[in-house]
Design a protein around this ligand. Structure first.
Ligand code: C6P
Length: 414
């Protein structure tokens, strides 16, 4: 492995681990600035998954043969790595799911479906990703509960000044928010909101899809009750994510999906559920995907999460400086020291899709759209933004390539 543990990160060396960068795109070096959408994968993860298929693959938890045991050890080893990554107290609290969206739906359906009713309220924020907004909006409506949104202030920061009023008006049962905003990159100080949630007797659900790849996330320090991550955003494969939940809450919840593996006993009269985490893992697991996520955790831990965070802060500060020089640009989001590696912007009145398409011809990959944050876009008064996002393999020259590309976009539309 090319990485070394430490507080500084050698992005240039790390980049050599990622085969995707060995190609040209439109005859140009690839500036991949779409890692918040999905990260690229290091050879360590790709090779480990291939080797697993070649030497250790079988179904898990239900075979006594050697391969079944190896595969089970691979999956359960990955669960322990995710537990350690999140500093969860108990490995049974790590539930493998397809992605953060499924994790959040699991909580909304299983917890919300049994604990929400008329007079109760679910509180989300105006800058939630739809995956932590729509399931709550839906389940609140279905259960006859209220759905309340913490607004953003004029600086697009969470405006907590209305919390007292919310507490007076509603019986708050759930507070759900992200730790890092995918659209603005804001790293939230969740302490006040978590404490307030618990004062209300509510559970606190943290969407860490954009946090866990980029900084140390500690479920005990956050004092949350549930937390969701996606493997594909943190050097792991797609099709695997994890939900962490407090054991006492998970134990009291009904299962989300039903069928094979998640049972204790099945009779015509009655079925009983399996132990944690299996109660929430119906059917054949994403075996090699989970194993790959474990390898990805090894990879980012070896790079050092503090070092990754520091690297992204440097890149963001550089990007904000470079982009702010471009005439007609509007930048969204907080100062560099309070954001992860995300820069959202609009260029004059040029549609973000046009911007992204012209950049693509120059080898620059960014995301353009509403970023699954339509309430936020509404607040910003735009239909969409451009978004450049960074990761541990991102180099400053990719940001230069982006800036040069934006000057070209301006020329095209002049
Ligand atoms: N954001 C982005 O480009 P899934 O798709 O389930 O792996 O992750 C959903 C999700 C949940 N919360 C946050 C904060 C997210 O950013 C995402 C995914 C991608 O920003 C795709 S929309």
């Amino acid at each position: 492995m090319a990485v070394t543990t430490g507080t500084t990160l050698d992005a240039r060396t790390l980049r050599a681990d990622f085969p995707i960068f060995e190609q040209l795109i439109h005859d140009k070096p690839l500036a991949y600035l779409d890692s918040a959408n999905s990260s690229q994968k290091p050879r360590q993860v790709i090779d480990a998954m291939s080797e697993f298929y070649e030497t250790s693959y079988a179904n898990v938890h239900r075979a006594v043969h050697v391969l079944g045991e190896r595969a089970t050890a691979g999956l359960e080893g990955a669960r322990e790595k995710v537990r350690a990554l999140l500093n969860a107290p108990d490995v049974r609290e790590i539930v493998f799911v397809r992605n953060a969206t499924e994790a959040l739906n699991l909580v909304a359906y299983s917890w919300g479906g049994n604990n929400l009713g008329p007079g109760d309220a679910v509180v989300v924020t105006e800058l939630e990703h739809h995956s932590n907004f729509v399931p709550w909006q839906y389940i609140a409506k279905r259960q006859g509960a209220d759905f309340v949104m913490v607004p953003l202030d004029e600086n697009n920061e969470l405006d907590l000044s209305g919390l007292d009023q919310i507490a007076r008006d509603f019986n708050v049962k759930v507070v759900a928010t992200n730790l890092v905003s995918n659209a603005l990159g804001t790293i939230h100080d969740l302490g006040p909101l978590t404490r307030w949630a618990h004062e209300q007797g509510a559970i606190f659900v943290c969407d860490a899809a954009q946090a866990a790849p980029h900084m140390r996330v500690d479920v005990q320090a956050l004092d949350c009750d549930f937390l969701a991550i996606s493997g594909h955003k943190m050097c792991g494969p797609s099709g695997i994510g994890a939900l962490w939940g407090r054991a006492s809450l998970l134990q009291a919840m009904e299962p989300f999906l039903l069928g094979g593996h998640m049972i204790n006993s099945v009779r015509y009269e009655k079925t009983t559920w399996g132990e944690l985490p299996h109660k929430f893992e119906a059917g054949t697991s994403p075996i090699v995907e989970a194993y790959g996520l474990g390898c990805a955790v090894d990879y980012i831990e070896a790079a050092g999460l503090d070092a990754i965070e520091a690297h992204e802060h440097e890149l963001v500060a550089y990007a904000l400086g470079r982009l702010s020089e471009i005439p007609g640009i509007t930048l969204y989001g907080p100062p560099a020291d309070r954001r992860a590696g995300v820069v959202s912007f609009n260029l004059a009145d040029i549609h973000p899709h046009d911007v992204a398409q012209i950049l693509d011809r120059q080898g620059v990959a960014i995301r353009a759209g509403h970023h699954c944050c339509q309430p936020l876009m509404h607040k910003l008064g735009v239909a969409a933004t451009n978004r450049a996002s960074f990761y541990l393999y991102t180099l400053p020259e990719e940001i230069d390539q982006l800036a040069d590309g934006l000057y070209t976009v301006r020329k095209v539309f002049a």
